[in-house]
Design a protein around this ligand. Structure first.
Ligand SMILES: Cc1cc2nc3c(=O)[nH]c(=O)nc-3n(C[C@H](O)[C@H](O)[C@H](O)COP(=O)(O)O)c2cc1C
Length: 370
């Protein structure tokens, strides 16, 4: 940031500044959703459509937002989502993000497609790290990544299941984005993901592609869970059906996510789907990402049953605008907004947050508090 740049006050300010800081190609890669970007827009709009019910004159002293998530102790329920190739936004890439996460005591989920090795990120970190695994084309390669994450001290595995095929990312295609040659998926030593970026010759069917043989199924999740002592979360769940399958396969946690609207367009927003998942998951922790831009969004997600949320693009905006300080500021802003919203809705701890913070017509709460 230059001296003339106005100090960003909220995540949307960072978004505008990041757009100015990045090339149009990189911006299109980071920002865009799939196809017509309906899901991308809906993720945020759905939060705005939910109204809160303030509650005043409640004692707030001694409150806190601490939680234990599958053995990972957190001061507040906001994690950094796995985002590939962070060197696109800043020369220090994931090293800068993990420095910020460490300073802010936030947990970070490191992508399989990180542009710095998972071991180097872990060496820089003094905060809990989880590793996001894209299952590889063969089990020995997947197992290699699992063992590396375990050896480097990662505390959980997040297996992403919704991006086996790239979405139709037309905005990115129009902008002509290509990954610069100095940035790569260093954890994979140049290997490509099994079925991403499939090209289909004219007149052929995608169903005939030989790469489809590398797509995974629920037996691969069962296999992965059986290979590790780490808790496994499944990321990309958008239906009660898949939530049940994930639990049957041994998942310790579920992340309701539509990949920030980057894969399949016209799915519902994650916050719209969340209650249908938490209805059937019992004690299994459910996290959510997609469209979180305000502390009030965090409060709404927790009120509807999420144990924590993850932040994707806003972290990259902070990184692009001001490196580690930008990422730390993003986390600070969101945490403070969240705590403010909690207090304004009468919540002194996470245990106080429930559906009562969501406004509903008085008829839906007959007799309560009157
Ligand atoms: C540029 C970009 C790269 C991403 N890379 C990954 C990835 O490598 N692995 C993964 O599981 N999710 C990835 N995601 C999805 C995020 O983890 C997360 O689900 C999404 O960004 C949340 O929505 P939000 O950006 O509105 O916060 C990526 C998202 C973006 C924007």
């Amino acid at each position: 940031m230059t001296q003339d740049t106005p100090t960003p006050t909220c995540l949307a300010d960072y978004e505008s500044l990041a757009k100015q800081a990045l090339t149009p190609q990189t911006w299109a890669y980071i920002q865009s959703g799939a196809a017509d970007q309906h899901t991308f827009a809906r993720n945020q709009q759905a939060f705005a459509d939910i109204q809160l019910s303030p509650r005043h004159l409640c004692t707030m002293q001694g409150g806190n937002t601490a939680l234990d998530l599958l053995g990972t102790k957190l001061d507040y329920p906001i994690l950094i989502a796995p985002v590939a190739y962070q060197k696109l936004a800043h020369p220090d890439g994931e090293q800068a993000s993990v420095l910020a996460a460490s300073a802010m005591r936030a947990a970070m989920v490191v992508s399989t497609l990180s542009s710095i090795s998972l071991e180097d990120i872990a060496r820089t970190s003094s905060t809990p790290l989880w590793f996001q695994l894209y299952l590889q084309g063969n089990r020995p390669d997947s197992l290699g990544l699992i063992r590396r994450a375990e050896d480097a001290g990662y505390r959980a595995l997040v297996i992403t299941v919704d991006a086996a095929l790239n979405g139709c990312r037309n905005a990115e295609q129009r902008a002509g984005f290509v990954l610069p040659s100095h940035i790569s998926a260093v954890n994979l030593n140049g290997r490509a993901l099994p079925a991403q970026g499939l090209s289909v010759p004219a007149g052929a069917s995608l169903f005939q592609s030989s790469a489809l043989a590398a797509l995974h199924d629920w037996r691969d999740i069962e296999w992965a869970v059986a290979q590790t002592r780490l808790p496994v979360l499944i990321k990309g769940i958008m239906s009660p059906h898949d939530a049940r399958r994930a639990i049957q396969a041994g998942a310790a946690g579920i992340i309701v996510s539509n990949h920030g609207g980057r894969v399949l367009d016209t799915t519902p927003a994650t916050i719209d789907v969340l209650p249908t998942i938490t209805d059937i998951t019992g004690d299994i922790p459910v996290l959510l990402d997609g469209g979180i831009r305000r502390g009030t969004d965090v409060l709404k997600a927790l009120a509807l049953g999420a144990r924590a949320v993850l932040l994707g693009r806003p972290i990259i905006h902070g990184l692009a605008v001001n490196g580690p300080s930008g990422v730390a500021h993003i986390l600070h802003i969101l945490r403070t907004e969240f705590e403010m919203a909690m207090m304004q809705c009468g919540c002194r701890s996470l245990a106080d947050i429930d559906k009562a913070v969501i406004w509903a017509a008085a008829s839906q709460h007959p007799g309560s508090d009157f």
